[in-house]
Design a protein around this ligand. Sequence first.
Ligand SMILES: Cc1cc2nc3c(=O)[nH]c(=O)nc-3n(C[C@H](O)[C@H](O)[C@H](O)COP(=O)(O)O)c2cc1C
Length: 390
Amino acid sequence: MLVRRCAIVMLEPREHAVFDLALLVAGGSGLRSGRAWFALAPHLDQECELDEDHVRVLGELSPTNWVELDELATQHPCTVLAGLLERRLLIEQGSTADADDQGVRATHWRPAAAVMHAMSRWQGVDSKQLAREFAAHANQPILAYLGAPPTPVREHLPEPEQRLLPVPPSTPFDQLLLRRVTCRNYDTTRELPLLDFAAVLHRSFAARAVVETAPGVHILKKGVPSAGGLHPTEAYLLVQRVEGVAPGLYHYQAVRHALEPMRLLEGDAAAALARTFVAGQDYFAHAHVLVIAVSRFERNFWKYRNHAKAYRALTLDVGYLSHTIYLASTELGLAAFITAAINEVDIERAFGLDPRHEGPLAVCGFGLRAAQREEIEFDPLGVVWGAAEC
Ligand SMILES: Cc1cc2nc3c(=O)[nH]c(=O)nc-3n(C[C@H](O)[C@H](O)[C@H](O)COP(=O)(O)O)c2cc1C
């Protein structure tokens, strides 16, 4: 059997609480602090615990050269090698672990970025439950638990030494910015007109031009900037209530401004999936359309190989796209949101995405705002809801 170490693995020495019945019986809390090594590897779906022998041997294995396992067994204890094989950190050639590891290699990930991305993905998380657990754990007002937050802005000089700047006269652009309020109240009784749906997608994601800068190298011109003009972020859609578009999963083809139907869904199934995508945030799940911003890591990293800034550039791209969804929606009298609290693994499975090559970084949504406010929105100027309160 030929084996080699996986391409990327980082080790974290972590202190954590361990339940100990003896301590509980003795009248204590039952919690003892323990220390352990954890392997964080982007080709795996979860971190795994290691002992010190695993750590030592892992550091001596080559991630490039395939070697016979029997040969390694002459240098390292078999039980340790077996433990690393079982954890898929030592890879058998031709195995499913090899396929996953090859995916990481082929995409040219920067190791720290690959680990950061892989380890921040959620599956089946309910953020409302997380909030309840946080409240129960804190069990006191947030200020008492967290202490005072940092000041709202950083000041280097006292006020008299600060130079005031002229405030620009209000323009339609200012009015547009003022009306942008993250929406947590969508009208579940009405359908979004097809033209509005298409307009928001066109203004945020559509390619206005495709330019071949070298033979076979195509870059896109869009309404938003993107590192290298590569525009690696695609829009995957969960449509719930749009005139003339059946509820379901779609991919938006940004060059043709076209929908690619992937899976049609009954209304209830679409609603349940929407809720899963946004980690139980019902107020967002009710939006007429969810736009899942999916980065094709392989397209960005094709140029920015193993690059220290590449992953950061991807997240910035998503910021531009999401803000344009907000502004395009607001201009049409619609409303929008963004959330990073998403179940990436569930989204990847629903759309059949291989997380080593492409994956969601955020979920946005837009639609018609409800007439009644049930959920909180941050509208201190009363621009949307009239009352001067949050
Ligand atoms: C990256 C990002 C992630 C966000 N995630 C959430 C979220 O998980 N849940 C939520 O209710 N709002 C989320 N928001 C919306 C913010 O809460 C909102 O922007 C903020 O309260 C200010 O309100 P405004 O957008 O109406 O000005 C997010 C915003 C950003 C930019």
